[in-house]
Design a protein around this ligand. Sequence first.
Ligand SMILES: *[C@@H]1O[C@H](CO)[C@@H](O)[C@H](O)[C@H]1NC(C)=O
Ligand SMILES: *[C@@H]1O[C@H](CO)[C@@H](O)[C@H](O)[C@H]1NC(C)=O
Ligand SMILES: *[C@@H]1O[C@H](CO)[C@@H](O)[C@H](O)[C@H]1NC(C)=O
Ligand SMILES: *[C@@H]1O[C@H](CO)[C@@H](O)[C@H](O)[C@H]1NC(C)=O
Length: 496
Amino acid sequence: MVAELLLARQRSPWWLPLAVALLALGFTLGQGQQVGVNWGTQLSHPLPGDTVVQMLRSNNVTRVKLFDADPNALRALTKDSSFEVMVGIPNEMLQRLAQSSQAADLWVSQNVSRYVSGRRRANIRYVAVGNEPFLTAYNRSFEGVTLPALRNIQGALARAGLDSQIKATVPLNADVLANSRPPFPSGGIFRPESQALVVSIVQFLSQTGAPFVINIYPFISLHGDPNFPINFAFFEGAANSIVDGSNTYTNVFDASYDLLVAALNAAGYTNMAIIVGEVGWPTDGDPNANVENARRFNQGLLQHVLSNRGTPLRPGSPIHFYLFGLIDEDQKSIAPGNFERHWGVFTYDGQAKYFLDMSGRGVANARLVNAQGVQYLPRRWCVLRPGVAVSANSISFACANADCTALSYGGSCNFLTAQENASYAYNNYYQKTNQLPTSCDFQGQAVVTTTDPSIQPCRFIRQIIPPDDSAATIATTARISLLPLLLLLLLAILAV
Ligand SMILES: *[C@@H]1O[C@H](CO)[C@@H](O)[C@H](O)[C@H]1NC(C)=O
Ligand SMILES: *[C@@H]1O[C@H](CO)[C@@H](O)[C@H](O)[C@H]1NC(C)=O
Ligand SMILES: *[C@@H]1O[C@H](CO)[C@@H](O)[C@H](O)[C@H]1NC(C)=O
Ligand SMILES: *[C@@H]1O[C@H](CO)[C@@H](O)[C@H](O)[C@H]1NC(C)=O
């Protein structure tokens, strides 16, 4: 036997060790190839959770971040424990959770424990306590409650016996860093006015072994500063590179990441794990928000981060990240800009907007996999009745109650005529209200059509069947309205 084995060994081809080594290398690289996405749920018509999870799986996504504890999403995620999940707590809940450890216990039992203890378990790894609570736009209103809420949630996780597997953290915007427009990443510090607070959060995170979560938005840098060098936002050019000592930065992502590394180093936390909680590019509602730029940014980002080269201050260290976002959200606030509802790599109905290679190998024209089995409302749209004058009031009403952001300056529908503008607005409102016949009236100015009125590249949407409860409401409306009649009939019969 031994002799045979030895002989066999001797006869094994010269390339065998090489193949084994390559396989091992492939395996090691494969280990680091984790793609994360933010699954936001501020939609009037969310896709069913199972449909989204199937879509994530088909696109090789392995990490999912939620902004709340949406049961539709979490229930679906309990059916596949291969996803690492981050569950979120909205800022509005921070005060309650800061004031009471019982409230925190209740939150953990209702929104974490039940999803990790049953027969089917979601692989929840993080709880995001608040979302960018120190954003200057929030006017310091969450500054006092964030750390106490973080402590209480971590305490509740510990009482539930979950603290070794699940870490509570606080996603912060890169604006907690001073000098966010670099010249010099190595000089990174936290903004002086929030320095003490951020450092006490960092200290707490380091005690519990939790990561620091930062959101990095080159698009916003560009949006907020007309002099921002656009090529520095992407991952191709050295034209605008920043030379910082012996390091050269060719993109703002690395510069922002290292600004944080430097700020953490300066505070004495040189080994703090970092997660990029949100990073991405929108496709509509602004001159810089379009499919070409979004594809260019996300493709460059994936190639860069999945190469596991790290950044100049953390070379060779894999970057843990979540794209923002998975799907467009038609109910997001547009206070920051009309682009807010268009961050999705996929449209509201789970259709890929552009080619994207999720493996990060830079395969040209790699196709994403669309959501399967999407159920649409009937083939009906609402348009301006031919020959009728456009009413600014009706358009304003429709747009205030639906989503007209694609009509805005720089948007994909900004080229429409005044009549087409009206049709776009009316249709959006009609779809938002589930094609309610009375929603396509506008004092007789609007009419339903069965021909898709889309004018490329402007898409006149047709909504999907709304989630269970509201679908049931619509489907039973007709039956319910018969009920009083039936009761009257019954009474009449009884009276006789
Ligand atoms: C997912 O990964 C598999 C195996 O590597 C690959 O064949 C497939 O093309 C990937 N799918 C997408 C959408 O990237
Ligand atoms: C659980 O999370 C949901 C969604 O964020 C929230 O509405 C609910 O109040 C939470 N439960 C508790 C007990 O806090
Ligand atoms: C910010 O807070 C100050 C003081 O509490 C208040 O006077 C001001 O109106 C707030 N501004 C906004 C935009 O909320
Ligand atoms: C269509 O509506 C958009 C958004 O309100 C506006 O900017 C544009 O000027 C309108 N177009 C016409 C031709 O009225």
